[in-house]
Design a binder for this molecule. Structure first.
Ligand code: SF4
Ligand code: SF4
Length: 330
């Protein structure tokens, strides 16, 4: 993650990104210095290092990486020099204002060594990005990157194309046209991050006990698809606001292991002990939500948000995540 700053503030954003975040872009010096440690453990797509797949290789993300195009170009160049396989960039397409401009940027990235692109499509993005730009990005990306274009999520792209969507689409309008069931019946939606606040009214709430023995899906500790942010946080999977340690010292972290002793909240999470975490938080004064929780991640996040207000927990990082999570740029 080059930065958390984004042009949008999507309701489902796992990392609470928005235009309100300070940029704090990772520097090229840091990339040059620390990416080599990460490069050693990055595995190529099963189809080969020239190809992309969601849980292999390295993807440049944010926030919105095209907000700092020069940095993105440089990051791709550094990764290519390190022979990192299966690289791709993820975008919300806000910048695809004309065919020529879009083509120029994509070709420049390809020339620096980028293998592919992942294009975000769902009703949360279309609140912010006119659908024509998304459509343009997909079309021109296919010209430039051939098969290395991932549309996430294709089902929504088909729906929007069939319905002839143009411009932006508000959530109210979307729900009127497609119905609430379309939000989770057909496609993957993780009720975590900002979604637990902005989408909670669409789902039933449950008492905390319901989640005491539910495993994290996917597991919190895993050797695939983790995120590494501009502040140095090594984040497990999609769990925004949780840091396993400093990825700028990855070699040391791998050698010595995660310091759980000084990270009580992480300790509970790693051991899947939500009952223990709930008890720990309750002892600090946490009170359960009257309306209940829509998911285990909702309970986890609400406890973490409370904990941040009560103490200095190193594993709850970056702090700005907790301040910006429920912000809305509108
Ligand atoms: S989901 Fe993507 S486009 Fe939306 S706010 Fe988050 S980073 Fe930005
Ligand atoms: S419950 Fe917490 S640790 Fe587990 S997946 Fe959700 S956010 Fe991550």
């Amino acid at each position: 993650m080059l930065s958390y700053r984004c042009t949008a503030a999507c309701r489902h954003c796992m990392y609470g990104c928005s235009p309100k975040w300070s940029g704090d872009w990772i520097s090229t010096e840091k990339l040059e210095q620390f990416l080599p440690q990460l490069a050693k453990v990055i595995e190529p797509s099963p189809y080969g290092s020239q190809y992309m797949s969601l849980n292999h290789g390295l993807h440049f993300s944010g926030g919105e990486p095209f907000l700092n195009f020069d940095l993105l170009l440089k990051a791709v160049e550094i990764a290519d020099a390190l022979k990192i396989p299966s690289t791709f960039v993820e975008t919300n397409c806000f910048w695809c204002k004309s065919d020529e401009f879009t083509r120029r940027r994509l070709q420049a990235l390809k020339k620096k060594g980028l293998r592919g692109i992942m294009i975000s499509v769902n009703p949360f993005y279309t609140e912010y990005v006119p659908f024509e730009r998304t459509d343009r990005c997909i079309r021109i990306s296919q010209e430039v990157f051939g098969p290395n274009v991932m549309v996430y999520q294709l089902e929504y792209y088909r729906m929007f194309t069939q319905m002839g969507i143009s411009g932006r689409l508000s959530m109210d309008e979307y729900l009127k046209r497609f119905g609430q069931a379309s939000l989770s019946d057909r496609v993957e939606l993780f009720l975590m991050g900002r979604a637990v606040d902005r989408l909670k009214d669409l789902y039933p709430g449950y008492p905390p006990e319901r989640f005491f023995s539910t495993p994290c899906q996917p597991p919190i500790l895993r050797s695939w698809h983790n995120h590494f942010d501009n502040y140095g946080n090594f984040m497990p999977g999609f769990c925004g606001g949780i840091s396993l340690g400093n990825w700028f010292e990855l070699d040391r972290l791998v050698k010595e292991g995660i310091d759980l002793e000084n990270r009580p909240i992480l300790n509970y999470l790693v051991h899947e002990d939500m009952r223990g975490l709930f008890g720990f938080a309750t002892d600090m004064g946490y009170r359960k939500l009257e309306g209940g929780y829509v998911s285990k991640c909702h309970l986890c996040l609400d406890i973490r948000k409370y904990s941040v207000s009560r103490g200095d927990f190193e594993e709850l990082s970056p702090r700005q995540f907790y301040e910006q999570l429920y912000s809305n740029s509108r």
